[in-house]
Design a protein. Sequence first.
Length: 80
Amino acid sequence: MRQIRPLAHKWSDFANFLELQDPGMPDVHNHSDEEALKVVVTRWMIRTGNTPTWGKVSGLVRHSGFPELADAINRVYVTG
């Protein structure tokens, strides 16, 4: 599995953002693993009526103010 570990701190920041948006989400403060965060993002997207894909996750991340993380998601998961 390809990883984007150099941006682990960005995942943590994004996890904090998601928790502020939806306090009912599971605690993800200690998760820097992108797969764990994808699960959380997927749950959040389903709650908002979106079909989760890496492309949509990337768009959500970018729109939320995390462009570096969105670029990494595109590079690793969307375009391969």
